[in-house]
Ligand binder design. Sequence first.
Ligand SMILES: C[S@@+](CC[C@H](N)C(=O)[O-])C[C@H]1O[C@@H](n2cnc3c(N)ncnc32)[C@H](O)[C@@H]1O
Length: 266
Amino acid sequence: MPAEDRAPREVVSFVRRGERLSPGRQDAWDRLAATYVLDPPRGERDTLPGPDARLDLEQVFGRRSELVVEVGSGLGENLAAAAAEHPERDHLGVEVYRPGLAQTLRRIERAGEPGNVRLLPLDAQRALPALLPEGAISQLWVYFPDPWPKSRHHKRRLINPPFLDAVLPLLADGATFRLATDWAQYAHHMRSLLDARPELELLYPDGPAPGQQTSDTVPEDLPATGWAPRFEGRVKTSFESKGQRAGRLVWDLAYVRVSRHRTTDA
Ligand SMILES: C[S@@+](CC[C@H](N)C(=O)[O-])C[C@H]1O[C@@H](n2cnc3c(N)ncnc32)[C@H](O)[C@@H]1O
């Protein structure tokens, strides 16, 4: 087929790395995946939901409660800890990396197998708007998303307009959207996009930057204020530790979803 007739390849924010599981992770998968890993009908790829797939939250969790969604839950440090700490909320981790999901199952087991956590093994950008109704999410977390530092890869960053268009309608009025990154350039990119969204307001407009000394390059026009304190309960992950060992600062961001009346009245 001539190159110009081929459909352009979709830009995704992840790479499929080794999917093989170590014996310990395979064992956890075999015992726990049926309970914790959701398995909606798939579409044209195994990371995409089928056209009629929906998540019935009441059926999934056996109740309707405040829903916390973590996109790119990685090895599950935050998800498992938060679910165990907050039995009153429901927690959904969205992650495409199977070894990460299996490791999360091990953490869920060690946390006493809380019943208020589930994993969705799909591409969050495509799956969440297809599976969840508008306003379903009370808290959205994106911690240490892949930085894609090269300019030619910036379009692969998770925090980009297509992802925001997909997830912001899912936030309930007053919902919080928390992010963290150890890359000053990505923090700048996040602030430029998120500060400009009429659906969002900074939770800490006067919050200071996390410090002065960092081993990476800080863009000159990086805002001096508007930064969040470290979110209480945010567990240090291996990705955060790696950034700190490399001498980079951690930039926390927090927004609140403004009331829909206000955005439509404005
Ligand atoms: C750098 S890791 C950080 C993991 C974790 N949040 C932490 O702090 O340790 C980013 C993760 O996001 C996942 N990811 C990237 N894009 C995704 C997407 N569109 N949907 C679901 N997961 C995604 C990757 O597979 C990867 O595990």
